[in-house]
Design a protein around this ligand. Structure first.
Ligand code: ADP
Length: 165
């Protein structure tokens, strides 16, 4: 089966930037597990189950990719799956400081796994879930940045909110 990598995040919702990281990682690792954080201090637009469902549906083309929710400490999830790597995408230098700190802490907590940073594809550097949510809630077009399934879910969830106001 090969080595396992965990790709953790909030995925609220999954964007083309995330999908690109998963696609590239699926060629490097035997198995990629997208870990959708359940307990988060963030106020999410989509529930954990919805975020998992959206990710699952858009990632079906990748045979060696699975989507699971995780609660609590990422380090425990990594150990539970016997993963060798934690994947994180980097969009800009500004991502780096926090990510570097996170990687250091995770290395301390799970010495047997390493954090692997993947640079975003140039055209995706300005895509973030929060910006996508904002554009969608203001009635903007997000079809270039997300899968059609996600676009529909966003229109359904946030588009109506904008119209109601
Ligand atoms: P978190 O709340 O943990 O930052 P996100 O869902 O926002 O979770 O992102 C998960 C991971 O995907 C992070 O490593 C983030 O840097 C990365 N990521 C987000 N958007 C992009 C993008 N457009 N290109 C590459 N990586 C990205």
């Amino acid at each position: 089966m090969g080595n396992r990598a965990i790709y953790p995040g909030t995925f609220d919702p999954i964007t083309n930037g995330h999908i690109d990281i998963v696609a590239r990682a699926s060629r490097l690792f035997g198995h990629v597990i997208v870990a959708v954080a359940a307990s988060t201090s963030k106020n999410t637009a989509f529930s954990t189950d919805e975020r998992v469902d959206l990710a699952q549906r858009v990632l079906t083309p990748y045979a060696n990719v699975e989507v699971h929710r995780f609660e609590g400490l990422l380090a425990n999830f990594v150990r539970q799956w016997d993963a060798v790597a934690v994947l994180r995408g980097l969009r800009a230098v500004s991502d780096f400081e926090y990510e570097f700190q996170l990687a250091g802490m995770n290395k301390h907590l799970v010495p047997e796994a390493d954090t692997i940073f993947m640079p975003t594809r140039e055209n995706y550097s300005y895509i973030s879930s929060s910006l996508i949510r904002e554009i969608a809630s203001l009635g903007g077009e997000v079809g270039e940045f997300v899968h059609p399934i996600v676009r529909e879910a966003l229109a359904e969830r946030l588009g109506k909110r904008a119209i109601k106001k």
